[in-house]
Design a protein around this ligand. Structure first.
Ligand SMILES: Cc1cc2nc3c(=O)[nH]c(=O)nc-3n(C[C@H](O)[C@H](O)[C@H](O)COP(=O)(O)O)c2cc1C
Length: 213
């Protein structure tokens, strides 16, 4: 069995999204020792942002007229879809950046959709596949908070992974990761600690579930 793990944080040290994803991965490994984990570090080893433009133009160009740039971009999309196909379970960990989707995750999604297997009208590429989406946010976007509705990442990712690609999706969320970092948020320490431990408990549970424990 293969677990595909994708991290979008631009940092390694102190990364809250990696910490939660590490828990999911550790639980998966505990159930499946010796099985394969493939890692893709979108945040620290990004896919070039112009690969998408080149892949789109490649698809608009007759096969025998495609340039080496076109072919290279298409082969990145192919590699990404091959990875999805080969995985039995997928773990994606991403922060909220600037109220939106990490640009690196967006490039990953856009390139996948350039491959014919994931193009509009193709059968859902993740149909029934277990996918865990770990989302971390520095602040809080809970109902009733001043920034309720400002997270323009999580809903989009849920729609792509669950609705468009057909994954069996579980979302693990942790808010207020900037509590303890930004003194203006000190009053939320107790709540932040609880959200952190709740997220870790959810990660433990879902790691076992996707491993088939
Ligand atoms: C450039 C940048 C932009 C960010 N934008 C937001 C934001 O819009 N909303 C938010 O709640 N947190 C924001 N954050 C905070 C991160 O979501 C938070 O620090 C998170 O824990 C980062 O993930 P990591 O710990 O896995 O690296 C931002 C952080 C950075 C570095």
């Amino acid at each position: 069995m293969t677990l595909l793990r994708i991290d979008a944080s631009i940092r390694i040290e102190g990364s809250a999204s990696r910490e939660i994803a590490d828990i999911v991965e550790a639980e998966w490994r505990a159930v499946r020792p010796g099985d394969t984990v493939i890692a893709r570090h979108l945040g620290t080893d990004p896919i070039p942002s112009d690969a998408w433009t080149k892949a789109i133009f490649a698809n608009w160009t007759p096969v025998d007229e495609r340039t080496s740039d076109h072919l290279a971009a298409l082969s990145v999309g192919k590699e990404l879809v091959d990875e999805l196909d080969a995985a039995d379970a997928i773990l994606i960990a991403t922060p909220l950046y600037n109220f939106g989707v990490s640009q690196h995750v967006k490039t990953w999604i856009d390139l996948i959709i350039t491959d014919p297997r994931a193009a509009n009208g193709a059968p859902p590429i993740l149909a029934g596949k277990p996918v865990v989406l770990v989302v971390v946010r520095g602040g809080s976007y809970a109902p009733g908070t001043p920034r309720e509705g400002w997270d323009h990442s999580t809903g989009y990712l849920e729609q792509i992974l669950g609705k468009v690609w057909g994954a069996d999706l579980t979302v693990v969320e942790r808010e207020f990761t900037l509590v303890g970092v930004n003194p203006a948020l000190d009053e939320f320490k107790e709540l932040a600690d609880k959200l952190n431990s709740d997220a870790k408990a959810s990660a433990t549970k879902i790691g076992q579930v996707i491993a088939g424990a």
